[in-house]
Design a protein around this ligand. Structure first.
Ligand code: NOJ
Length: 561
């Protein structure tokens, strides 16, 4: 039995503040810039904003390296600006969920500054320190941003663990004092009125004791090691404790980012009876276009893989937990460039992908710019890229590894995180209206055609289509709560499914290809259409819902019984 809740019925919009809107001309988006755009977001129809980190940070990883959990980054403004943002949001009935980054802090956090001073410093055990093994790092784990996951610190002749950059030391959750500090800090924000948290790589916080070497059959210098820190042995204890001490005391939204989570594990994280989290961000569907060597190993999407994966999650969490739904965020390439066609079918494919996602069961997350169909970026020179993941990878593969730079650039064009981080294109003025100064990362040159002003003025835009998708969810409970069933399981181009709820049915038919494709409702599926809820082509009525030809990237949603 699925219980109803506001956080299941809401649509969330993610803001990556650095790239959203600059109010003071320094080239960097800021908090006042967000406040200026609240009416734009309200008009879109979303109810919740997830704000990527705005805390004090040296920006080694754009704010995901926090130097003070209770202060605002200077470039983004002041605590007063943040309070004003929250107030203006609440005045408009918008909720705010903050990014909680507590697998690691910045090395500039005072806890780490203390921790590194001596082995008997009271903060020593806030982080994970080990002595060297055979004159090398304590184990063979690789950082997510290339190179070893350990950095040597001369002062105490030990290494500290950093699963991300060396300026992001991992916090030691084994230490109850550290955990208490985190819970206190969370309560501090909740008491200021925030409406929940998105928790950064939260399933990494429990490491396997002993931090064993990862198997290394190919004899690489460093290897993933994920099996020793993803969904580790005490993760559920920590989340239960966090729930008991903090989360359960407030009416909030919680979603944990969890690379390497599968459905079985996600049931444990999101089953309300277990009192942990409400939702997880899983990655299966984001990994389908990667080969065996990881994200930079490019592989075309096979639609059947997407069906299998999404269906496993939709069926797996049905009546037990709750899905988050996303195709974009600040770490992923733009979906219209990735699973759609950002040239001749940009509008059609962006709308089709939105339809596919928003008609699923779960809470949809829209990433800034997705609602106007923004596309990937293609900088000719590596010097124009800013992301630490891209730059470290390029350094390792091209500068040190002599790999073909063109091939590496190609993988950056397809998968690099900066695809999602170019400034939001507001209008046709210089720098797309994002800033009056020099933007911290270049604007996508297609802003004259693709921008919010154009989209608002054009009834046929992705923006107006997204507004409709959001409205449909508010109007039809079946879109929120209906049970999902896949049809046409092995079709190569059509992704179609039904939703069923309290005697009603919805039929969703989407064409993931640029060909015209005939659709036949399988005889085994009982469905009688009463109305066409939405379509990305000028269709009307329900005459031919049993059998029709889908145009390139066409999407149709029928409601009936
Ligand atoms: C996941 C975040 O989404 C990503 O942007 C960041 O680099 C890593 N976690 C490390 O915090």
């Amino acid at each position: 039995m699925t219980h109803k809740a506001w956080w299941k019925e809401s649509v969330v919009y993610q803001i990556y503040p650095r790239s959203f809107n600059d109010s003071n001309g320094d080239g960097i988006g800021d908090i006042k810039g967000i406040t200026e755009k609240l009416d734009y977001l309200k008009n879109l129809g979303i109810e919740v904003i997830w704000l990527s980190p705005v805390y004090k940070s040296p920006n080694d990883d754009n704010g995901y390296d926090i130097a003070d959990y209770k202060a605002i980054m200077d470039e983004f403004g002041t605590m007063e600006d943040w309070e004003e943002l929250l107030e203006e949001m609440h005045n408009r009935d918008l909720k705010l969920i903050m990014d909680l980054v507590v697998n690691h802090s910045s090395d500039e956090h005072e806890w780490f500054q203390e921790s590194r001073k001596s082995k008997d410093n009271p903060f020593r055990d806030y982080y994970i320190w080990r002595t060297s093994k055979d004159g090398k790092e304590p184990n063979n784990w690789e950082s997510a941003f290339s190179g070893p996951a350990w950095d040597y610190d001369e002062q105490t002749d030990e290494y500290y663990l950093h699963l991300f950059s060396k300026k992001q030391p991992d916090l030691n959750w084994e230490n109850p004092k550290l955990r208490q500090e985190i819970y206190d800090m969370m309560k501090w924000w909740l008491n200021k009125g925030v409406d929940g948290f998105r928790m950064d790589v939260i399933n990494f916080i429990s490491k396997v004791p002993g931090l064993p070497d990862a198997p290394n059959p190919e004899g690489k210098k460093y290897v993933g090691g994920g099996q020793y820190f993803m969904n580790g042995p005490r993760i559920h204890d920590y989340l239960k404790e966090m729930n008991d001490e903090v989360l359960s005391k407030y009416d909030i939204m919680t979603v944990g980012e969890m690379p390497g989570v599968d459905v079985e594990e996600a049931k444990k994280y999101t089953d309300p009876d277990r009192k942990e989290l409400q939702m997880v961000f899983q990655f299966e569907h984001m990994d389908l276009d990667s080969g065996p060597n990881g994200k930079w190993d490019l592989k075309p999407l096979d639609l059947k893989d997407l069906k299998q994966s999404i269906t496993r999650w939709q069926k797996g969490l049905q009546g037990i937990g709750w899905n988050s739904l996303y195709l974009n965020n600040h770490d992923q390439p733009r979906i219209v460039s990735r699973f759609g066609n950002d040239k001749e079918y940009r509008l059609e494919s962006a709308k089709m992908l939105g339809t596919f996602l928003h008609m699923l069961q779960g809470t949809p997350f829209i990433y800034q710019g997705e609602e106007i169909g923004m596309t990937n970026i293609h900088f000719d020179s590596i010097d124009d890229y800013k992301d630490i993941e891209i730059l470290n990878m390029y350094q390792e593969k091209v500068v040190e590894g002599n790999e073909d730079p063109d091939k590496v650039m190609e993988s950056i064009y397809v998968k690099g995180r900066d695809n999602a981080r170019t400034p939001i294109q507001w209008d046709t003025s210089e720098n797309a209206g994002f800033t009056t100064g020099e933007p911290w990362i270049k604007v996508n040159p297609n802003y004259k055609e693709i921008n919010a002003e154009q989209a608002i003025n054009d009834e046929n835009s992705v923006y107006h289509y997204y507004r409709q998708l959001i409205q449909l969810r508010k109007k039809h409970e079946i879109i929120v709560y209906g049970e999902y069933d896949l049809i046409l399981e092995s079709h190569d181009q059509i992704y179609a499914y039904t939703r069923t709820f309290e005697g009603e049915k919805v039929l969703v038919v989407t064409n993931f290809s640029e060909q015209e494709v005939p659709f036949e409702l399988p005889t085994g599926v009982s469905f009688e259409a009463k109305e066409l809820l939405i379509s990305n082509y000028p269709n009307e009525g329900i005459q031919d819902y049993h059998s029709f030809t889908l145009k390139p990237y066409e999407a149709r949603v029928y409601k009936g019984v």
